[in-house]
Design a protein around this ligand. Structure first.
Ligand code: 3HC
Ligand code: NAI
Length: 686
C-alpha cells in the first residue's frame, strides 16, 4: 500500500501531503506518518515551517471510527495534536475539502488554517454520541468564542469556507493555488498557539445562555451535557487540565451503549448502500424522465420526491377529476412548506414546473422509470403492468410501490420481468427517508442498480429486500401489531402499551399511531383477508375510527390531537377479553416492551434466514428510516445483540409457552446464534 503521508521540502518549507483513501480518516498509519513529518520538519534546520495538505474528497474526515474500541496505537490523536501545538516551527493546515471531527482538531492545533473554496469545517462527533475528544472542545472556543463553538458542536453540521472564516475558525479563503498560499503563511514567524489564546473564549454569560437553552437535549443526550461541561471547563481550568477532563468524557461516551448504537448505524447505512451479490461493473441506466401512476396519498408524495431532485415527472390518473385532486394535493403540500418558511416561493414554482399531469397509461411512453402507486389490488396492478409492457420504451424500469403484494406476479404480467421491481416508499413519501427496493426473481442487476441510484438521488436511504408479504418493514410491524392487540386482551391498557414504546424512544406508540392513521384501514384489510383483531374490530364496529371521529383507542376532545384515556374503551376491552375467554392480569412495563419488540427481532431473524434481507444492519436501517426507531438504540437487530441473544431466546420461549402462540417460538437462526454465544453482528453478507 502507498505511504499515507508524502513529505517533501521545497525552498525551505516542508509539505506533508495526506493520502489515505477514501476519506483520509486518521488511522494509526496516517497519524504515524504525520507525526513523523512534524518531527522531521522540526529537526531539519533548513526547514522554516510545515504545511499539511491532503489529496482526495476530504481533507481529513476525522478519527478512524473503525478503530474505536480497539487498543489505542501510539502516536494517539492526542499525542499528534500535542506535537502540532507544541512545535517550535509554524504549521499550516491547507484545507481543500471537509475537515471534520479529529480532522478539524488537527487543523485547530496548527498555527493557521487556510481554506480552499470547497472547504467545510465541522465537529460532527455528537451524531455518533461522542464529543470532540482531542482538544476540540478547548481550541474551538478559543478561536470562535465559547458560545459559537458550543453551537457548532451540538449542531454537528459543518460551516462552509466563508462562514468558517467569518466565525474566526479559519484565517482565509484562497481561490488560487491553496498549497502555495499556505507555504506563504508557513514562512511567517510562529504565532501564539491556539491553546494559549484564552482571550478568544469571549463572554461567559453568552456561553451560559447558550448552554441553558440546551437543557432539554442535555437531559437525554449525554454527549450534549458533556459538550457543555467541557466548554465550561475552558473558562474554569488550565488548558492541560481541561483537555484531560475532555478526554475522560470522550472515553466515557465511547463506552456508552448509545454511542455504540450510533456508530453501528453509521456503518450499517453505508453498508446498506452496497447491493449484496451485484456483479462488479454493473451500470445503472440513466433516468431523465419519470412517471408516477396514481396521485393519491403515496403517488403525490412520490412525484414530489422526483421534482425535489430536479427530475421531470408525469403524474398519471384515471380521469381528469382525480388528476386535478392529485395536482391540488401536491400544490397544497408545497404551499404549506412556503407558509412555514421551509421553502421559497421560487423553489416551489421551479419544482411544480417539473411536474405535469396526464390521463391514461399511454402517457408513460417517454418515461425511463415508472412508479406504480394505484390501489392495493393485484388484479388492477397486473393489468397495469401488462399495459405498461406494451407502451413503455425497452429498458424502462417498471416499479411498484405496493405495500404487501407479490412483485413476481406483477412481473409475470409483462414480457420483461428483468425490468420489474418494487420501490416501496413510506408515508409521507416526501418526508420519510426509507426506500425498500424489492428485488424480484428475475430483476436484472442493472434495474436494481438503477432503482437504488435513483433512490439516493431522491435523498432516500435505499435498502434492497426480497419478495415476501410486507417485505422487511411491514412484515416485522405486523408482529408488533399482533402483540399489541393481544396485550390489550391480556389486561394491558392502550396507554401502557404506548408508553412502553415512547419510553423506549419511539415518538408514538402503536395505538396513538392507529388513531392517527384511522382504524378503518386495518379493518378493511382484515375483512379482505379473513383475519380478525377482536379489540380493533370492536372499536370500528362502535364507530370509533380514531382522530377523524374524535374517538378511537383514546378520546380526542374538540380541537385536540392528543388523546386522553376513555373509560369506555377500558370497559370495551374487558368485555371483548371475556368473550374471547382471555383472563386479564396486571402486566409490567418490561414485559410489555419485550412482547412488542422481541417478536419483531424474531421475525427479523426469519427474514435473514430466508435471505429477504442480506444483512442484519439492513433491517436496522429499514426500522430507523421507515418507522423512526430511535437511532441511539441502533435498530432492532442491534438492540437484540445489545441485550444478548440468549436473553431474547429465553424471553420468546417463555412468551410462546404462556400464550400458546407458536409464532413466538424463537427462529432457528436466533436459537443457533444464541447457543453459539454469537450476535447478529457476527453474520457476514455474501
Ligand atoms: N472513519 C472510518 N471510516 C470512515 C470515516 C471515519 N471517520 N468517515 C467515512 N468513512 C468511510 C465510510 O465508512 C465509507 O466506507 P465504505 O466505502 O467502506 O462504506 C467511506 O469512508 C466513504 O464514506 P461516505 O460513503 O460517507 O462518503 P461521502 O463522501 O458520502 O461522505 C464524509 C464523506 C462527509 C466524510 C462522511 O463519510 C462522514 O460524515 N464521515 C464521518 C465524519 C465524522 O463523524 N467524523 C468524526 C469522527 S469521530 C472523531 O473524529 C473523534 C475525535 O474527536 C477524537
Ligand atoms: P390512494 O387510494 O390514496 O391513491 C391511489 C390513487 O391511484 C387514486 O388517486 C386513484 O385514482 C389512482 N388510480 C387507481 N387506478 C389507477 C390507474 N389505473 N391509473 C392511474 N391511477 C389510478 O392509495 P395510496 O395510499 O396512495 O396507496 C397506493 C399504493 O401505495 C398502494 O399499493 C399501497 O399499498 C401503497 N402504499 C401505501 C402507503 C400508505 O401509507 N398509504 C405506504 C406505502 C405504500
Amino acid at each position: 500500500m502507498a505511504e499515507p503521508v508524502r513529505y517533501e521540502v521545497v525552498d525551505g518549507i516542508a509539505v506533508a501531503t495526506l493520502s489515505n483513501p477514501p476519506v483520509n480518516a486518521l488511522s494509526a498509519a496516517l497519524r504515524a506518518g504525520l507525526f513523523d513529518a512534524v518531527r522531521r520538519a522540526e529537526a531539519d534546520p533548513a526547514v522554516a515551517g510545515l504545511v499539511i495538505a491532503a489529496e482526495g474528497r476530504t481533507f481529513i474526515a476525522g478519527a478512524d471510527i473503525s478503530e474505536f474500541g480497539k487498543p489505542p496505537a501510539s502516536p494517539t490523536l492526542a499525542e499528534l495534536v500535542a506535537a502540532l501545538d507544541g512545535a517550535a516551527k509554524p504549521v499550516v493546515a491547507a484545507i481543500h475539502a471537509a475537515a471534520l471531527g479529529g480532522g478539524l482538531e488537527v487543523a485547530m492545533a496548527c498555527s493557521w488554517r487556510v481554506l480552499g473554496p470547497k472547504a467545510k469545517l465541522g465537529l460532527p462527533e455528537v451524531k455518533l454520541g461522542l464529543l470532540p475528544g482531542s482538544g476540540g472542545t478547548q481550541r474551538a472556543p478559543r478561536l470562535m468564542g465559547a458560545a459559537a463553538a458550543l453551537r457548532l458542536m451540538v449542531a454537528g453540521e459543518p460551516l462552509d469556507a466563508d462562514a468558517a472564516v467569518a466565525a474566526g475558525l479559519a484565517d482565509t479563503v484562497v481561490l488560487g493555488d491553496l498549497v502555495q498560499a499556505a507555504r506563504g503563511f508557513a514562512a511567517r514567524p510562529k504565532p501564539q498557539p491556539v491553546s494559549a489564546r484564552d482571550e478568544g473564549l469571549g463572554d461567559r454569560d453568552a456561553f451560559e445562555k447558550e448552554a441553558a437553552a440546551l437543557a432539554k437535549r442535555a437531559a437525554t443526550e449525554p454527549q450534549i451535557a458533556d459538550c457543555i461541561a467541557c466548554v465550561r471547563a475552558a473558562f474554569e481550568k488550565p488548558f492541560a487540565e481541561a483537555v484531560a477532563f475532555e478526554r475522560a468524557a470522550f472515553l466515557r461516551l465511547l463506552d456508552d451503549p448509545r454511542s455504540k448504537a450510533l456508530r453501528h448505524v453509521f456503518f450499517a447505512e453505508r453498508e446498506a448502500a452496497r447491493i449484496a451479490g451485484l456483479p462488479k461493473g454493473t451500470q445503472p441506466r440513466p433516468v431523465a424522465r419519470a412517471a408516477v401512476l396514481g396521485s393519491g396519498t403515496m403517488g403525490a408524495g412520490i412525484a414530489m420526491c422526483f421534482a425535489n431532485a430536479g427530475i421531470p415527472v408525469r403524474v398519471i390518473e384515471t380521469d381528469e377529476a382525480a388528476l386535478a385532486r392529485g395536482m391540488e394535493r401536491i400544490r397544497g403540500t408545497y404551499d404549506s412548506s412556503v407558509k412555514r418558511g421551509s421553502l421559497s416561493a421560487e423553489t416551489r414554482d421551479a419544482r411544480l414546473a417539473l411536474i405535469d399531469g396526464a390521463v391514461g397509461l399511454d402517457a408513460t411512453a417517454d418515461a425511463d422509470l415508472v412508479v406504480e402507486a394505484v390501489f392495493e389490488e393485484m388484479g388492477l396492478k397486473k393489468q397495469i403492468f401488462g399495459h405498461l409492457d406494451r407502451v413503455t420504451k425497452p429498458g424502462t424500469i417498471l416499479a411498484s410501490n405496493t405495500s404487501y403484494l407479490d412483485i413476481d406476479e406483477m412481473a409475470a404480467a409483462t414480457s420483461r420481468p428483468q425490468d420489474v421491481l418494487g420501490m416501496h416508499f413510506f408515508s409521507p413519501a416526501n418526508v420519510m427517508k426509507l426506500l425498500e427496493v424489492v428485488r424480484a426473481k428475475h430483476t436484472s442487476p442493472e434495474a436494481l442498480a438503477t432503482a437504488t441510484e435513483i433512490g439516493r438521488k431522491l435523498a432516500k436511504v435505499p435498502v434492497v429486500v426480497g419478495v415476501c408479504h410486507g417485505f422487511v418493514g411491514n412484515r416485522m410491524l405486523a408482529r408488533r401489531t399482533q402483540q399489541a392487540e393481544r396485550l390489550l386482551l391480556e389486561g394491558a391498557t392502550p396507554e401502557q402499551v404506548d408508553k412502553a414504546l415512547t419510553d423506549f424512544g419511539f415518538r408514538m406508540g402503536p395505538f396513538a399511531m392507529a388513531d392517527l392513521a384511522g382504524l378503518d384501514i386495518g379493518w378493511r384489510i382484515r375483512r379482505a383477508t379473513g383475519k380478525r383483531a377482536p379489540v380493533a374490530d370492536a372499536l370500528v364496529e362502535a364507530e370509533r375510527l380514531g382522530q377523524k371521529t374524535r374517538k378511537g383507542y383514546y378520546l380526542y376532545p374538540e380541537g385536540s390531537r392528543t388523546g386522553v384515556v376513555d373509560p369506555e374503551v377500558t370497559a370495551l376491552i374487558r368485555r371483548v377479553a371475556a368473550q374471547e375467554g382471555v383472563e386479564q392480569r396486571e402486566i409490567g412495563q418490561e414485559e410489555i416492551l419485550d412482547r412488542l419488540v422481541l417478536p419483531m427481532v424474531n421475525e427479523g431473524a426469519r427474514i435473514l434466514e430466508e435471505g429477504i434481507a442480506a444483512r442484519p444492519g439492513d433491517i436496522d436501517v429499514v426500522w430507523l428510516h421507515g418507522y423512526n426507531w430511535p437511532a441511539w438504540r441502533g435498530g432492532p437487530m442491534h438492540y437484540a445483540d445489545s441485550v444478548g441473544l440468549l436473553h431474547v431466546v429465553a424471553r420468546l420461549a417463555a412468551f410462546a409457552e404462556a400464550t400458546g402462540d407458536d409464532t413466538l417460538l424463537p427462529a432457528d437462526l436466533l436459537g443457533r446464534l444464541a447457543a453459539e454465544g454469537r450476535g447478529f453482528a457476527s453474520l457476514k453478507a455474501d
